[in-house]
Design a binder for this molecule. Structure first.
Ligand code: PLP
Length: 377
């Protein structure tokens, strides 16, 4: 949900900054100045170089620009995707293969990339590696510094540069993250994941080695042609500002809700954990928790919850459009198949209340017991 402050900022900018930044007249110049101010602000809020900021229409487009940039290469070679990737990355496999690339999928175990297998896939002809920071379904966080260091070590031996792309969509705003220290070549972000507006995002492109397939008016260093969504960018910055200010207190609140959900749900017969628990000592997003309820298929559970005004998903919201895919998804992440069709993903944030969690716990307990008469609407 968009924060009130981001909404106000959007409204104000849409009303008062009406020019096209590419236009030469006064309104255009005003918009161009605003855009440049916003770019500097984004860079400062994310602690990255201003030249590495490429505004996009969201995480999907940011991922696409980075991946499809490879199609300019004259000799297609090997690409490695982690098996955890969101469809915004994994769905590029078919096109890349059609264009002659060999796409290999690095396997995972219980939501974490198998680092030894990953290392063994690093052949001398690898051009691109895509590993997401935090998974959108089970909330596992990958050890990107360790994976990048495997890649950079390999580069030293092969003498060839490998582009390391990271889908950071789920991570921004959830944990303190300094992108510029990761030594990655690009990363994707999306404003609606941190209480900004939908349809705005960012490609972090510090290496300057990308070239977009989509061509237009040369905006965003030629990487994303098209008139910029200034109101969206302003609102995204406001949301980023809020994160900076509140990240520690928001994290405490989310941790409290996570513990409440874990304590209450895992004490219930018929509810199985899928995501690691907070106390397992693994790196996770506390705000994303996946469980499995064998009593009913995911679709039934989500429908009952929705009728009770509790909105969870049966995988990633984006892949709910492609059911067969999300049922396979959990298996691809390295989980047993029997969990996949009963998967429920609960995601929550700073605006989620304890009362909402209590209602969810009560409904899920009824569902897990198989007695749903009290929660049918
Ligand atoms: N990557 C991940 C991990 C996501 O969770 C999502 C959306 O949920 C996307 C990419 C797509 O982002 P957008 O909806 O901004 O295109």
């Amino acid at each position: 949900m968009m924060s009130e402050r981001a909404l106000d900022a959007y409204h104000d900018a849409a009303r008062h900054c009406i020019g096209n930044p590419s236009a030469a007249h006064a309104l255009g110049r005003q918009a161009a100045t605003m855009l440049q101010d916003m770019r500097e602000k984004t860079a400062s809020l994310l602690d990255i170089d201003v030249k590495s900021v490429v505004y996009t229409s969201g995480g999907t487009e940011a991922n696409s620009i980075a991946i499809l940039s490879q199609l300019w290469r004259r000799s297609p070679k090997r690409v490695i995707f982690s098996s955890l990737e969101h469809a915004a990355v994994s769905q590029h496999k078919r096109l890349l293969e059609t264009m002659g690339f060999e796409v290999v999928v690095a396997p995972s175990i219980n939501g974490y990339l198998d680092v030894d297998k990953f290392r063994s896939l690093l052949s001398d002809d690898v051009q691109l590696v895509c590993v997401m920071l935090a998974n959108n379904v089970v909330g596992t966080v990958q050890d990107i510094p360790a994976l990048v260091s495997c890649v950079r070590e390999h580069e030293k031996l092969s003498g060839r540069r490998i582009h390391f792309h990271c889908d950071a969509v789920q991570m921004i705003g959830k944990k303190d993250l300094k992108l510029s220290t990761l030594d990655i070549d690009s990363a994707a972000m999306s404003a609606h994941k941190f209480q900004g507006p939908r349809g705005v995002g960012l490609l972090y492109a510090p290496s300057g080695s990308l070239e977009s397939l989509s061509k237009g008016g040369g905006q965003e260093h030629g990487l994303r042609g098209g008139t910029e969504n200034i109101a969206g960018i302003v609102a995204m910055n406001t949301a980023l500002e809020d994160i900076r200010e509140n990240i520690h207190q928001d994290a405490q609140h989310v941790l409290h809700l996570r513990k409440l959900l874990e304590d209450q749900l895992y004490a219930t017969r018929g509810i199985m954990p899928v995501s690691p628990r907070v106390d397992d000592g693994k790196d996770i997003l506390n705000s994303v928790m996946a469980i499995s309820i064998p009593a009913f298929p995911s679709e039934v559970t989500t429908r009952i919850l929705s009728d009770n005004k509790l909105y969870v998903s049966s995988g990633s919201a984006c892949s709910n459009n492609a059911k067969r895919q999300h049922n396979r998804q959990l298996v691809d992440f390295g989980y047993p198949a029997h969990m996949a069709n009963h998967l429920i993903r609960i995601s929550f944030g700073p605006s989620t209340t304890e009362e909402e969690c209590d209602r969810l716990i009560s409904c899920l307990r009824h569902i897990a017991s198989g007695n749903i008469t009290n929660v049918m609407r």
